[in-house]
Every structure is written in C-alpha cells, then in structure tokens.
Ligand binder design. Structure first.
Ligand code: PLP
Length: 688
C-alpha cells in the first residue's frame, strides 16, 4: 500500500489552493494557520484548540484571526495601487467594508483601526448598521456609504453626521428616495452628498446572478437617472450628485461579468458627468469572490480571476471611459465584503460518534439461511465479479425490494429481514470495491456509494454556524485539523446535532467536482477527533439561527505574535438559559414549575429524595450550560443518584476554580467567563 504523507493530505483536501497562503498542513500533521500570509510564523490549530480547551473554552469553537482580515485589506488596497500605476490612473482608491457581511464589534473595530492607513470606510445597508458605523468611524478621510431602505430618520441621521466630520454619502437605491433626501436636506439646511445606484443590464455570474439585471431589487433605471438629473438641475443641486454606484451580486465567479458591468457603468458615469453631475466617485460595489474550492474556475464556489486582475479591470475600464471624454479620473470605491473577511474564521467541532453501514464479509447468519430470497442474494454475493457487476447489482436491488414486500405480506419474519438487510449491505460493499476499479460504472454504483457512506455525528449546528450550506448549497472547505500524517480511510457525511434531516453536509469541495463524502479518519478511543470548517467569516455568523435552540458558539480572537499567539477576546457562546430567554422562557419560572412537579412526586412517593435532588441539580445546572454537547459527558456511566450528585458537584467546583484562576468555566456561567477573559485573561503562548 502507498505510504501516506502530509503532502498527500494537503493534496487530498486541496488546502494549498483554497488556503490562499493562510492555511497549510505542517510537519506534525496538523493544520497550521499563517495569519500574516505564507512564509510567516504559523499557529498550530490543533495545539491552539487544545490550549483553549484547557482554559475552559468549549467546542464547537469559532476561531477568528483578525490578522487575516488585515492582510486581505492590504492585498486589495495594494492591488488597486498597482493598477493605478499600470494605467496611469489619477484618482484615489477608497474602499468601504459593508458591515452586513460581519457586524461583530471586535471585527469592525479591527477593520476600522487597521483600515485607517488605507482610508478604508464602512458601508451601511440599514438603519442599525448606520448607527454602528457612525459610532465606530472616526477617520474623516474614510467614506461612510449609506445604502438600503431609508426613512426620514435614516436620512436625517446620515445628513447630520456630516456635521461630525463624517464623509457620508447617501446612495439612492430607489427613485422615490430622491425627493426624501432633497426635502430633508432643505429642512436641515445641509447640502446632501448623493449617490445614484444604477440598475445595470449587465448580469453578474454565479449564485447571486439575480441581484443584477433589469429585474434587480435595487437601483435606478436609465430613465430614472435622467429624470433625477432634471430634478437636481431644477433644484440647483447637480453638484450634490457625487457618486455613481452599482452592485451586480455577491461572489461573481467570472471576470467576463465584471468587465461587462464596468463597461456599462463607466458609460453611465461619463454621461452623467457630461450632464453636469458633480461626480467624484465611482463605486463598483461588492462581488469580488472567494475561491472556496481552490479550483480557479468560474464554477459557483470559485472564481476565475485574481484580486490583481479584478483591480486591473476596474481601473482600466474607468480610465478608458473617462479618457475618451477628457474627464478627470474619479476615486474608485469598492464595497468588497466577502473577499476581505471570509478567510478569517474557522469553526472547529468534534465528532461525537460514527455509524458505519458497510459489511465487509458474508454475514455468518446468512450462510445457512434457507429462505429463498436470501439464498438468491447470497448466491449473487458469492458470484459477483467485474464482468457481471451491472446485472448482479440490478438483481440485488430487486431482491432487496422483494424481501420487503414479502415481509409486509407476512412471508418473512423480522429476523430474516434483518439477515437480508445485512446481506444486502455486504453485497453493496463488495460491489462498490469492484465497481471503483471498472471503467464502465453501473448507474446504481452512485446510489451504493452514497448509501455506504459512514455517518459522522458532529457537535455543531449547520443552521447556526454555516447556514449557507443549507440555504444556498454553498460549499466551504472542511477537513480534519490533525492526524494528517495518517491516511484517512473512511468516507463520511457529516450529521449535525439538530433533529432536522437537512442538518447534514453531504457535498464537499473536490478539485474538479463536488464529492458526496469526505475522507476522514476513524476517531481513536480516548481522543477527540477535531474537524475544521474554513472560510466561514463572511455572512455565516449573522445569518445563523437557533434551530433546535442551538445557540451562538464560543468565539475567540487570536492574533499572531512574535512569541506565538495572543488571545485577544473571548466571546462566550449562549447558555441554554440565554437561548430559552430569546423565546421568552424565564429560568426562575421554569425551575419553579419543575420543582412543583418534583414535590408532588415526592409526596406520592414516586421519586426518592436522592433522585429528586439529582433531577433538580440536572435541571438547574443544565440551564447554565452550553447548548452544545460536552464529549466528556457522553461516556456511559452506571452510577447511583448519590454518585451522580457528587460528580456534578465536583464538576461545578472545578469550573469555579478555573474561573477563579482567570479562566473560562467549561460548562458554567458564560457571562462571567467572558468578563474574566476580557478583563485580564489575555495570554500569549510560544509554539512548541
Ligand atoms: C450593495 C452591496 N454592497 C456590497 C455587498 C458585499 O458584497 P460582497 O460580500 O460580495 O463583496 C453587498 C452584498 O451583496 C451589497 O448588496
């Protein structure tokens, strides 16, 4: 058998391609994060997670690397400056981060601070986002772009923000907003800075193609823009129209689509300028994509261009259009969100159990069975070869169906049905082994492959942590974060904790295709098997929901430092208490109700005193705990109520000691845990 290596693991999971220089497999066989980019000091993700768990943090755990965001900001900004030189472009580059993509305070704080040197501003798409942006921004150079639905309050706030020295531009997403802005500005006596969002005919490419084109939700049509210019002229406000904006959808997969939109938008820009608008900015929106599968193609989970090619195209098109009309070059605004933050978050979760359906040999109970269907299927099993594979597979499927019909008619008992079932899986296991070797694969082989996939039960909720895998079939790179020196000899689908049949992942990135199973190792006795889901920093956190009441996970911000890493912030995930509070349950009322039921049972002598104490302890303790499972609790215990009480008390005391030592509680008071870390629990660790 071929010897396995870390290099083979890197190839199998394609990490060097989608990792974009931030993730690799190290010599220890663990995933390593290099937050400052390839060749820079790395953080061993497996060791980091172990370290964090020793401090009381729990899985599933969201690890954020703000340095990665900073590296991406620098990369995008540098790409535009390079393009400016190449095309002798005279305008400036003015990026804004659309905070809808990830509104977490620590992240926005980091982006505003690091982005200051690049003049990076913020884009708000709603009133709450405007309120965040107003408070967080303090750089008079940086733009504050106001998109989304607007009411008078929104417009007044945006206009008044100019008085604070904010560089605020109100972008009209709908024609009716023009009148609102003019009236409000007049009543406040403030000269508005206006942008038009153009509804382009040019279409995007990829999953969000419908955000563009004539039927898109936002934007002004050509006639609305012309009408708008007439109104501005009549009001003597043409100079107020400073910006032209367009957005043709997120994750644009093909450079062709970007070029088309730029051609159209640049033409609109120069015509509006010639009509007298005081245009200074061309805002090319978001859409810069992320290569989630590393294939560098125009497939929906990839992109067929680099950031530099993107910047070159934007600059070249705008320069050409302005030069042709002898107009000055505008400042270029980008609203890239996904491309800045997707890489920075990793979700680490553990495997709680596995289920394997494969049966490698003829089941002994099938050997002497005389029932006709079983005899026939056994014969198919024994005589199966590459030559008769197709025929035998069809016969085997038919026999399995016949067996179920016979059972329903009472001609097969449950034990015989169980033998038939096992024999069928043994047949399928053998058929799959043979089938993978032959060139002409029978149609049923795909069904068999899917059916025989192992099931890995995992400690997370896709609805909370990666909702786009469910909502829009988005693929994120997923791989074990350790044991990468070993061959992963299982093929599995991942099942989450929710009791929803959609709560699973059975589509994974592959170099040329999508695969239905992921290669994984068999978890070892006594060791937690950790899997990482990567590139989930854009949109996932805020889109996540509380299906089955699984709450926010613990999250930690980790920065690379010369001596290893620094834990900057810990944000404790929801406790059961908190999640129940979101749906209006009150801890005290719940406890009182259960206590009432316990008292009744005690009076009726249906429960012993110890049992009642244990039940109440479980109930009260449970309310304070994490909504996810603790693998340590999954071991089978046969203990008396008294012993269980002792164990829970010890665990609580241990939790309290960790808090006392400046650590987070493993299953305890999350608010206290967060406060303890934030107040003084910052720590550095030197890599071993
Ligand atoms: C107006 C606008 N700008 C920017 C963005 C961010 O897009 P992306 O994350 O693809 O860069 C969006 C999101 O779709 C948007 O609607």
């Amino acid at each position: 058998m071929e010897i396995w290596s870390t290099k083979k693991s890197a190839e199998l999971y394609n990490i060097d391609a989608w990792g974009a220089g931030f993730f690799r497999v190290n010599d220890k066989g663990n995933v390593e994060v290099t937050p400052h980019g390839a060749g820079q000091p790395g953080i061993d993700l497996k060791e980091l997670v172990q370290d964090l768990q020793e401090r009381g943090m729990r899985t599933p755990l969201l690890v954020r690397f703000p340095d990665i965001v900073n590296a991406r900001i620098k990369l995008l900004s540098t790409a535009f400056h390079n393009a400016f030189q190449t095309y002798n472009f005279k305008g400036q580059y003015r990026g804004v981060f659309p905070i809808k993509v990830n509104q977490q305070r620590f992240l926005v704080d980091e982006i505003v601070n690091f982005g200051r040197q690049y003049g990076l501003g913020l884009e708000a798409g709603s009133k709450p986002e405007l309120l965040i942006s107003l408070a967080m921004m303090d750089n008079p150079e940086a733009l504050l772009i106001c998109n989304g639905f607007k009411d008078p309050e929104y417009v007044e706030t945006a206009l008044l923000s100019q008085k604070l020295g904010r560089n605020t531009i109100i972008v009209l997403d709908r024609y009716s907003e023009l009148d609102l802005v003019i009236r409000t500005a007049k009543s406040l006596g403030i000269s508005p800075r206006i942008g038009f969002r153009a509804k382009l005919e040019a279409k995007g490419a990829g999953k969000w193609v419908e955000s563009s084109g004539a039927k898109s939700k936002f934007g002004l049509t050509a006639s609305e823009m012309v009408k708008g210019m007439d109104v501005l002229k009549a009001e003597g406000m043409c100079h107020c129209l400073e910006l032209l904006h367009f957005h043709i959808g997120s994750q644009i997969t093909a450079l062709r689509a970007i070029k088309d939109s730029l051609t159209e938008a640049s033409r609109i820009y120069v015509d509006l300028a010639e009509m007298g608008a005081g245009l200074k900015f061309l805002d090319v929106g978001g859409g810069l994509g992320v290569d989630y599968d590393g294939s560098q193609t125009n497939w929906e989970n990839s992109i067929n261009y680099t950031i530099q090619e993107y910047a070159n195209d934007v600059v070249a098109h705008i320069a050409a259009a302005c030069d042709a009309k002898g107009l000055p070059h505008p400042s270029i605004v980008t609203e890239s969100g996904r491309a800045l933050v997707a890489h920075h978050s990793v979700l680490v979760f553990d495997v709680l159990g596995t289920h394997c359906i494969k049966v490698n040999d003829l089941p002994p109970e099938a050997e002497n069975e005389k029932q006709e269907t079983i005899v026939e299927l056994r014969s198919l099993y024994n005589t199966l070869t590459a030559k008769n594979l197709n025929e035998h597979m069809q016969d085997a499927f038919k026999l399995r169906d016949d067996g179920v019909s016979l059972f329903n008619l009472g001609h097969l008992n449950l034990k015989q049905r169980a033998v038939l079932e096992k024999l069928f899986w043994a047949f399928c296991t053998k058929a799959l082994e043979i089938g993978e070797q032959v060139a002409r694969k029978p149609e049923e082989l795909a069904v068999v492959r899917r059916s025989l996939a192992d099931s890995y039960y995992c400690n997370f909720s896709i609805f909370q942590s990666a909702p786009d895998t469910w909502a829009v079939d988005q693929l994120f790179p997923i791989m074990p974060i350790h044991r990468l020196k070993e061959r992963p000899d299982r093929k599995a689908e991942l099942l989450d904790l929710t009791c929803d049949s959609d709560g699973k992942i059975d589509r994974f990135i592959d170099i040329k295709d999508v695969k239905e199973t992921l290669e994984l190792h068999m978890p070892k006795e006594g060791e937690t098997y950790h899997i990482g889901m990567f590139l989930i920093g854009a949109y996932q956190e805020i889109l996540g929901d509380f299906h089955n009441l699984f709450g926010d996970t613990d999250a930690v911000h980790v920065s690379a430092s010369a001596s290893g890493y620094t834990i900057e912030h810990v944000v404790a995930g929801d406790s059961i208490n908190e999640v129940l509070g979101y749906v209006e349950y009150d801890r005290h009322t719940l406890i009182r109700q259960v206590r009432g039921a316990v008292e009744k049972a005690l009076s009726a002598k249906k429960i012993s005193l110890e049992e009642s104490r244990l039940l109440m302890r479980h109930y009260e303790d449970g309310l304070s705990r994490y909504t996810y499972l603790d693998p340590a609790d999954l071991v089978n215990r046969s203990e008396s109520a008294v012993d269980a009480l002792k164990r829970i008390t010890q665990r609580q005391e241990h939790g309290a000691r960790l808090i006392g030592a400046g650590q987070a509680s493993p299953g305890g008071n999350s608010a206290l845990a967060a406060a303890t870390f934030a107040a003084g629990g910052l720590s550095a660790k030197t890599p071993q």
